[in-house]
Design a protein around this ligand. Structure first.
Ligand code: GTP
Ligand code: MG
Length: 456
């Protein structure tokens, strides 16, 4: 039986992964740099305690000369309170903790030292200058400690990426994902694939080399092919994750769109609780895309307010409308804002009007049931009778996305709308699909069509 082309192609394409991911947790020889590097690791700005890290062969020398340790080095990984002095003038620069991490039991796998000093600018500058005067030492380049850790086999590339994500994590969910990746979950999965592929490769090579001598048992080739097909299925499944990780890293794109004056900018300001966008009764106020980052239920959300969609002769406004449409095309979730005071409530026809709004906002290929919420703004302008009429007309209607009536002015209905957006589970797993499904079920569950208007 012939092994399929695909089988062979992933076979050979993925073999180098094993090299990238191999973490024997031993330093491969010849990879260590001769330079000793140092840097402020705790970030810039005044703070109580700052951490200065040193890594490389001269780390012990720097520790001895700056912490007044003439003979013995401190016990490994034990904090010692010392006077930190200039190695040449012997002037005391600060009093702080020193820690000694002998190779290979350090972050970089090299001899490393940490100075925990006071976080004032002058103290930090003095200590860094003193370190720079020790021979063989130089300031670290950006990411150099991590590069050394990678070269020493302390971290694989997925862990390095996880570490970067952890440092930049702004929300709870980002922190959790980064920590999982940093603890090697992804690396372990890829290593498992790599091991299985190598085993298959070995079997195929053995078959090619020795099959004519009949030293190879029957069915080796078939089993290798089956294993590779299984791996192919696993990899395709892994890649088909709706860009979950990427969304968690960069944020879910939520776009506010609709007619001019519907209250889109008011909604953005209400959600981010600051006047991020200009609000005015003049139609066509917003021209550019106004973005703000939000943390919704621990998940990062990038909320964008856009120009009102209408035909215009004004070139600037036309460009704003083009950008708005582009954003809606890229959105994970579109909040279609409609001024409900302008809906034809008395003679019926509200549903048809809302469908018209959806058609004018959403890309033609997008089904209005998915990735979209209808926000009926300005309910404060409706009379009690009009609200009931609207409710009657919308109840039991199919083919519309979930409907959230709110008022950005009085905040009526806002709590329920936020509950829908805050529902953690909506955003965490299969974000968009679940967003719709759960939104819809929440709406049904609480008979959201009653909208709680009377309660609020
Ligand atoms: N009564 C009432 N007025 C509102 C509400 N929300 C917004 N408005 C008013 O509606 C007008 C338009 O609001 P915006 O938020 O600027 O509307 P927009 O959709 O961003 O408008 P463009 O940027 O021109 O497309 C302003 O005068 C707001 O004060 C609301 O819930 N109730
Ligand atoms: Mg606006």
């Amino acid at each position: 039986m012939l092994i399929s082309d695909f089988t062979f192609s992933i076979f050979f394409r993925l073999i180098p992964i094993s090299r990238v991911l191999s973490t024997g947790h031993e330093a491969p020889s010849g990879l260590f740099d001769a330079d000793t590097i140092f840097a402020l690791s705790s970030g810039h700005g005044r703070c109580g305690v700052a951490v200065v890290r040193i890594s490389g062969p001269a780390a012990a020398t720097a520790l001895r000369s700056m912490a007044g340790l003439t003979c013995h080095l401190p016990p490994p990984r034990t904090a010692l309170l010392r006077r930190i002095t200039d190695p040449h003038s012997k002037e005391v620069l600060d009093r702080g903790l020193v820690l000694w991490f002998p190779a290979p039991h350090s972050f970089t796998g090299e001899d490393s030292v940490e100075f925990h000093i006071h976080g004032g600018t002058a103290v930090i500058t003095a200590v860094l200058q003193a370190l720079g005067s020790v021979s063989g030492m130089r300031p670290a380049e950006a990411g150099e400690f991590t590069r050394r850790a990678f070269q020493a086999g302390k971290l694989d590339l997925t862990e390095v990426e996880g570490l970067g994500d952890l440092i930049h994590a702004e929300t709870e969910a980002q922190r959790r994902q980064a920590l999982r990746q940093m603890s090697g979950d992804l690396g372990r999965l890829y290593q498992d694939w790599s091991r299985r592929l190598k085993r298959c490769l070995a079997h195929v090579e053995a078959f090619i080399d020795f099959s004519e001598d009949e030293l190879i048992e029957d069915g080796v080739l078939n089993r290798a092919d089956l294993s590779v097909q299984e791996l192919q299925a696993e990899m395709l499944q892994h890649l088909k994750d709706e860009r979950r990780g990427e969304r968690l890293r960069s944020g879910i794109q939520v776009v506010i769109a609709g007619d001019t004056n519907a209250g889109k900018s008011s909604l953005l300001n209400t959600l981010c609780q600051r006047p991020a966008a200009i609000v005015s009764p003049i139609a066509g106020t917003t021209r550019d895309v106004v973005e703000t980052a939000l943390d919704i239920g621990g998940f990062p959300v990038l909320l964008s307010d856009t120009a009102g969609l209408r035909d215009s002769r004004d070139v600037v406004e036309r460009e704003g409308v083009r950008r708005a449409r582009e954003r809606v095309e890229q959105a994970d979730l579109t909040l279609v804002v409609v001024d409900c005071a302008h809906l034809p409530l008395d003679g019926g026809g509200a549903v048809a009007s809302l469908q018209g709004h959806l058609r004018s906002v959403l890309p033609s290929q997008q089904h209005p049931d998915t990735g979209c919420l209808l926000v009926l703004n300005k309910v404060d302008l409706l009379s009690e009778t009009q609200r009931w009429k609207l409710k009657e007309e919308l109840s039991g209607v199919y083919g519309l996305p979930p409907v959230c009536p709110i008022s950005c002015q009085t905040h009526q209905g806002l709590k329920d709308f936020l509950t829908v957006l805050h529902s953690r589970h909506m955003i965490c797993y299969y974000i968009i699909l679940l967003l719709y499904v759960l939104t819809y079920s929440v709406l049904n569950l609480h008979d959201f069509c009653t909208w709680n208007i009377s309660k609020s």
